[in-house]
Ligand binder design. Structure first.
Ligand SMILES: NC(=O)c1ccc[n+]([C@@H]2O[C@H](COP(=O)([O-])OP(=O)(O)OC[C@H]3O[C@@H](n4cnc5c(N)ncnc54)[C@H](OP(=O)(O)O)[C@@H]3O)[C@@H](O)[C@H]2O)c1
Length: 258
């Protein structure tokens, strides 16, 4: 049974792995047997994450990459392919959450959200999917958000470009799943709710009011804890999900149950 989740011999790329959920997932991949290329813009932070992952004995590469920039993505993917020879798993996790509603935010912030959260997935996939197609194997996992389907109600934390860009990730996931299933590639998305990371630590986790409201409306009575996303990441990145296509799995302790 456990071999369904075994990633021995696989090579994974994780974007946005210099902190938070991406760093956690990269470690989980290595613990499951995969070699891992971790990517983000802050190389110093990536190197710290790399050190921790190296304790697993797997190969780890820290590759500086801005997912909004095609040349940067192209060069980063080439570096991984030159070293690992193949890429089996792509975890599109890099993301930003810009605060503001359409009546208050700048065009620049809107574009930044879509460039990172949506174009970043397009560019990474553009350079990684072709060799997955050739090898007739691939697992693409896109980190969306529960906020792709549920809007923030608290005026303090309105993030319209986040909602819209994460919804776009679901559409992209479905389109890619339909196109690439015949090449042995699965494409699925995950919708985390609240986890404490750099993205949320200084904002949502600083507000007692928000945390109390979140916990009260959540059947578990709490936010997600470190590592609680990894099971779903591993499931969608392994042969355990070989017949799962274009799905969106919400990991939220039941907060989005309607
Ligand atoms: N934490 C939550 O509660 C939560 C809930 C739902 C969804 N999510 C999603 O989970 C993903 C990870 O977020 P997190 O919570 O772990 O936040 P985080 O700690 O802030 O991580 C975000 C990561 O994205 C990277 N990144 C941002 N812009 C990038 C760019 N242009 N190119 C390359 N990397 C970039 C950052 O690295 P650099 O700054 O070094 O580039 C960082 O490693 C995001 O997609 C987020 O939307 C998080």
């Amino acid at each position: 049974m456990s071999s369904l989740f075994d990633l021995t011999g696989k090579a994974a790329v994780v974007t946005g792995a210099s902190s938070g959920l991406g760093a956690d997932a990269a470690l989980a991949y290595a613990q499951a047997g995969a070699d891992v290329a971790i990517m983000a813009r802050r190389v110093e932070k990536l190197n710290q994450v790399k050190k921790e992952i190296e304790n697993t004995g797997r190969k780890v590469m820290a590759v500086g990459c801005d997912v909004t920039n095609e040349e940067s993505v192209k060069a980063a993917v080439k570096q991984v392919l030159d070293s690992f020879g193949h890429i089996d798993i792509l975890l599109n996790n890099a993301g930003i959450a810009v605060r503001g509603g359409v009546d208050s935010m700048t065009e620049e912030d809107w574009d930044k959200s879509f460039d990172t959260n949506v174009k970043g997935i397009f560019l990474m996939s553009k350079y990684i999917v072709p060799q997955m197609k050739e090898r007739k194997y691939g697992k693409v996992v896109n980190i969306a958000s529960v906020n792709a389907v549920i809007a923030d109600k608290d005026d303090m934390f309105i993030r319209h470009s986040y909602n819209a860009s994460k919804s776009a990730v679901l559409g992209l996931t479905k389109g890619m799943a339909c196109s690439y299933a015949k090449f042995g590639i699965t494409v699925n998305a995950i919708g985390p709710a609240l986890f404490e990371t750099e993205m949320t630590g200084g904002t949502l986790f600083k507000s007692e009011k928000f945390l109390q409201g979140y916990s009260m409306m959540n059947p578990t009575g709490r936010p997600g804890e470190k590592g609680e996303l990894n099971g779903t990441v591993l499931y969608l990145s392994s042969d355990a999900s070989s017949y799962v296509q274009g799905q969106f799995i919400v990991v939220d302790g039941g907060g989005a149950i309607v």
